[in-house]
Ligand binder design. Structure first.
Ligand code: PHE
Length: 345
């Protein structure tokens, strides 16, 4: 007790304690500064102790000792404050805050690559005068097949391709039923782009999934030709893939278009040289299209002698996979943030 008293009242000790404190503060990591504040300036701190001891002291020694203790407290406080300021802490300091640590990265949400791709496709067609429309995912046989001129025994109507629901309902297997719904509501000229989901009961693998997205487009007016269709698809391909893109039109068949075509785009990855993505063909199929069959006009009350038109339906996943070099369609549906975080649109 005597030693403690002597120690506590010795001005040199005050100064030495302050010096030790200053050394420690200088060498401390920012995260240790708060512990040092407690150690020296806290309620039971080593510098505080000199001041709380004052009351019990000889009045004639008290003034000089008190002054030394106050100076020590001031220096320790200032040293702590300057270390905290240097560490970027706001005035007053925040306990436990270490501005020297690396920041925590935040990941703001972004559009899903499918949403983004669909929006880009739609906006290109919107610039060419197409108006956006949509239709329900749950359709009837009439809109999905019958009005589109699918014969009753067409293989696409098979259970293996189509998800049938209760009664007459099914999940649409393509966005083409929006053609019928739009034609029934409007009179030509009709120039529409319709993005949406389609569903097919397919084996799931790297290239196909049970649902996918399409952008349907169609234009009916007087004297619309196959040349107009080619022109609009070329304009789209150049706007989306760039000036160097190549298109290949192959003859095909759809019940609701005649003539029909399937269109390939030169493989974005290998520029047509051949790679794994395009199965060494140099080409990837991205859409089906054709001149709308007169049998469709019969269902919607248009006069095939007065009007003509084209339609196309493109696969959004295919286009996104090409553009972003995604080699497995399932990545687009698993919502693995490690995959999604790579897209910062
Ligand atoms: N609906 C067709 C499909 O899903 C694509 C298509 C649309 C073809 C419009 C011609 C016209 O395969």
């Amino acid at each position: 007790m005597l030693r403690l008293f002597l120690t506590m009242t010795n001005i040199e000790t005050v100064e030495r304690t302050a010096q030790v404190a200053l050394d420690e503060i200088r060498q401390a990591a920012p995260s240790e500064l708060d512990a040092l504040r407690v150690k020296y300036l806290g309620r039971k701190g080593l510098v505080t102790a000199f001041l709380t001891g004052l009351g019990a002291m000889d009045p004639d020694r008290r003034a000089a000792f008190g002054k030394a203790a106050n100076v020590a407290r001031g220096r320790v406080e200032a040293a702590l404050q300057s270390r905290l300021t240097e560490a970027g802490s706001p005035a007053g300091g925040r306990p436990g805050f270490d501005a020297s640590l690396p920041g925590r990265r935040t990941y703001p949400g972004t559009r899903h690559p499918i949403t983004h791709t669909m929006e880009e496709i739609v906006s290109i067609f919107a610039r060419m005068g197409f108006v956006v429309a949509d239709g329900p995912d749950v359709e009837t046989d009439y809109y999905n097949f019958e009005a589109l001129n699918f014969p009753p025994d067409h293989p696409a109507r098979d259970m293996q391709d189509t998800f049938f629901l209760d009664g007459d309902l099914l999940l649409r297997t393509h966005t083409s039923p929006v053609q019928i719904r739009s034609f029934k509501k409007r009179q030509p000229p009709v120039k529409i782009v319709a993005p949406g989901r389609s569903y097919r009961s397919e084996a799931i693998n790297a290239r196909s999934y049970c649902l996918f997205h399409q952008v349907e487009g169609f234009y009916v007016d007087r004297d619309v030709t196959f040349g107009d269709l080619k022109g609009v698809l070329w304009a789209f391909a150049r706007a989306y893939f760039g000036a160097d893109v190549q298109l290949r039109f192959r003859p095909s068949f759809f019940p609701f278009t005649e003539p029909s075509t399937e269109v390939d785009v030169s493989c974005y990855l290998c520029a047509g040289k051949g790679c794994g993505l395009c199965k060494y063909e140099g080409w990837l199929e991205i859409l089906g299209a054709g001149m709308i069959d007169p049998a469709v006009y019969a269902h919607v009350g248009y006069d095939p002698d007065e009007v003509s038109g084209y339609a196309f339906g493109m696969g959004v996943e295919r286009i996104a996979m090409l553009r972003y070099r995604i080699d497995d369609i399932r990545l687009l549906y698993e919502n693995d943030v490690r995959f999604l975080q790579q897209f910062t649109f």
